[in-house]
Design a protein around this ligand. Structure first.
Ligand code: BF8
Length: 673
């Protein structure tokens, strides 16, 4: 069924994206925005009421007393669909973690061309966490044992995943008691696929319990492993100055865009692009140099470490091609639209797939192999340079914003505590005093069915004004960067008085870009440390904190949401719920209730979906205030803060001379007058 076509302003709030959508219209080319407008979502499938898990169906249930051919109820079918989505999300993140573990092993064995252990301090720290012997051993020996330990987490059959010991003690006890302690990453994914097969688990609550255990194997398993190894091999992120949006593409340079998620190849492409031989080669083809930029989480991986600019978030992948200025878009895994190949055929852009798991008909496939990574990276860069003379007419929006990303858990610790004694004490104290009302993680995707970035922007802006500290990852972080909110000074202008005081005193910006979507595990680590620092209860569920994914679209987002809920967090998604159908047919929804009331009772966390950002904000602030009250903290009162320090001086500077003297000295004349 076709829907009404939205105006360009209704499709995206990003002026660079608007310019490219106008260009697409002029050129008669379609994008995800057109396709979303042209095809309304299937009302039965989008509500999780269509079961195609066997050959007797697909069964489409629309009334409360409808049954599938096997007798399955709507609740069973919805829980199965949700569980399978969570398993797919877990598989995607965790397979990324597995690839990282195999790369670490290859580096330890001296078999990975071009890679090295960049961050030995992190290697030692992680080895220590997992009990790997570090005494009088080389970095490679330690890395070898650590790689073996990590690789074993995927195939482990019994016991519990090693990273789960990093959670607060109370949380671990809850997982044991409820029976959701993850055993092995692969085992939990298989378990969900099995229990959702025809004729297996037919109790919605039990199906969801299996899904929770699977999601925990992602957050406190595969994803956590991915983050740690990326830091060990490529460096733990630290703040750096770079830029975001399509204006990072250069008219007179070879533009290579890396897109997807895994940092292994993109890190080598960074090296290859900086090779003087490659730069000379680019010049020999008439370009001034080579510009590397990123899309999606590959962008985040190279942005938080090397300061490589981001051309944009999820919905920018087609828009970058529309500039006509991209010689090669190099993709690895996840969030890559098949449409990029068709679209690129209208330009000179070459789409290069690199993973054996991701081939796209019509794209060039150059398979990545970590054993000769640098050679492959150079081959790709050379190909892009060779393509430069084929470039036609271009149109690059002159829009790019400065950003400072790279706030790893380690850096926040250092920033708040100083170089000799890292600490979260100032953060805990600020929350306890009420200067910081609470914290929110605003993460996740773009979705072409909403106005691109609008929910992200409004939510972050309002949270800052309400003295809520914001941490970000994924496409949400890139969205904030596009509107200047990843730059300390600009974001401070939006912050409420208490948050502003704390940020000015500690040098911490009010919006912290922490990395890619697998790096949501950094947020788990931060939450655990906040608990362990003391004063805010003894479990994550007691913290005045909320997780939000305002424009979710991927199965990975559902996996992340579920492991955060199982870790004790309230997670609020924007847009439609994938299990909303029962509401329409019988006035209430058993599966949604299980994810709100059921999960809150079991884990102290819950997952809810809201269509408006105003409602998301209202829920967020109400939850934060409820948790503050439960901890016995003072109620949030912004009038108590902001009357000292730079904030007051800045306000005073805005006054007339007479008013300023009165404010400073209590009367309009000073002794010298
Ligand atoms: O893993 S936020 S659109 S790019 S799924 Fe994809 Fe969503 Fe972006 Fe990063 Ni995460």
């Amino acid at each position: 069924m076709a829907k009404d076509k939205r105006s360009i302003e209704e499709r995206t709030m990003d002026p660079a994206a608007q310019e490219m959508l106008q260009r697409a219209e002029l050129l008669g080319l379609s994008t995800a925005f057109d396709r979303a407008d042209g095809m309304a979502p299937c009302p039965i499938g989008s509500a999780g009421m269509c079961c195609r898990n066997c050959g007797m169906g697909p069964c489409r249930l629309t009334k409360a007393d409808d049954r599938g051919v096997c007798g399955a109820t709507i609740s069973t079918i919805q829980a199965r669909a949700m569980a399978r989505a969570i398993a797919a999300g877990t598989a995607a993140h965790s397979d990324h973690g597995r690839d990282m573990a195999l790369t670490l092993k290859a580096v330890a064995m001296g078999e990975a061309q071009g890679y090295e252990i960049k961050d030995e301090a992190k290697l030692l720290k992680v080895a220590h966490i997992y009990g790997v012997d570090t005494n009088e051993r080389t970095a490679k020996e330690i890395a070898n044992d650590l790689a073996d330990l990590f690789i074993a987490q995927f195939g482990q059959q019994k016991g519990r995943l090693a990273p789960t010991y990093r959670a607060p003690k109370k949380r671990q006890e809850i997982w044991e008691r409820v029976g959701v302690m993850p055993r092995g990453v692969d085992r939990e994914v298989v378990d969900v696929m099995h229990r959702t097969h025809i004729g297996d688990d037919q109790d919605a609550g039990n199906i969801l319990k299996g899904a929770v255990r699977c999601a925990l194997a992602d957050g406190w398993g595969g994803s956590m492993i991915a983050t740690d190894i990326s830091d060990i091999l490529f460096g733990t992120p630290m703040p750096n100055l770079t830029q975001v949006n399509l204006g990072v593409l250069k008219n007179d340079e070879v533009n290579i865009v890396v897109h997807g998620h895994e940092p292994t190849l993109s890190q080598m492409i960074v090296v290859a692009c900086q090779d003087p031989e490659m730069i000379e080669y680019a010049k020999s083809k008439g370009a001034k140099g080579i510009t590397l930029s990123g899309i999606c989480c590959t962008a985040n991986e190279v942005m938080v470490r090397q300061g490589i600019p981001a051309a944009g978030n999820f919905l920018h992948q087609e828009l970058a091609i529309l500039t006509g200025a991209v010689e090669a878009m190099v993709v690895d895994v996840q969030c890559i639209m098949q449409a990029v190949v068709d679209l690129a055929s209208n330009f000179h852009t070459e789409i290069i797939t690199t993973s054996p798991k991701v081939m796209i008909t019509g794209a060039t496939h150059i398979e990545f192999d970590e054993h000769r990574a640098l050679d492959i990276a150079k081959e790709i860069v050379r190909r892009a340079i060779d393509n430069y003379p084929n470039r036609g007419e271009t149109q690059i929006p002159n829009i790019a914003h400065d950003v400072v990303p790279g706030f790893s858990h380690e850096y926040i610790n250092y920033m708040l505590g100083g170089s000799y004694r890292g600490s979260f004490r100032p953060l805990n104290d600020a929350i306890m005093s009420g200067r910081i009302r609470g914290a929110a993680a605003v993460v996740g995707c773009n979705n072409p069915r909403t106005t691109q970035d609008l929910f992200h922007y409004q939510i972050v802006k309002e949270l800052l004004a309400n003295d809520v500290l914001v941490v970000q990852t994924g496409c949400g972080a890139i969205a904030s960067g596009k509107y200047g909110m990843l730059l300390g000074e600009a974001a401070l202008e939006l912050a409420g008085p208490g948050l502003r005081e704390v940020c000015e005193a500690t040098g911490m910006p009010p919006v912290l870009h922490m990395g890619s979507c697998v790096d949501n595990t950094r947020i788990l680590t931060v939450l655990t440390q906040v608990v362990e620092e003391g004063g805010l209860g003894d479990d994550i569920s007691e913290l005045p904190a909320v997780g939000l994914a305002p424009e979710w679209m991927s199965e990975k987002a559902l996996a992340i949401a579920t492991y955060v809920v199982a870790s004790g967090g309230y997670v609020i998604f924007g847009g439609s719920s994938p299990v909303s159908g029962m509401e329409k047919v019988e006035g209430s929804n058993a599966v949604e209730r299980l994810m709100i009331e059921g999960w809150e009772e079991m884990f102290g966390g819950k997952l809810a979906f809201f269509e408006s950002y105003e409602k998301m904000l209202e829920e967020t602030l109400a939850h934060i205030d409820k948790k503050r009250a439960a901890l016995g903290l003072p109620a949030y009162d912004p009038s108590r803060f902001g009357k000292s320090g730079d904030w007051r001086m800045n306000e005073i500077e805005k006054l007339s001379e007479k008013e300023r003297k009165t404010a400073l000295y209590g009367h309009p004349a000073t002794a010298g007058d």
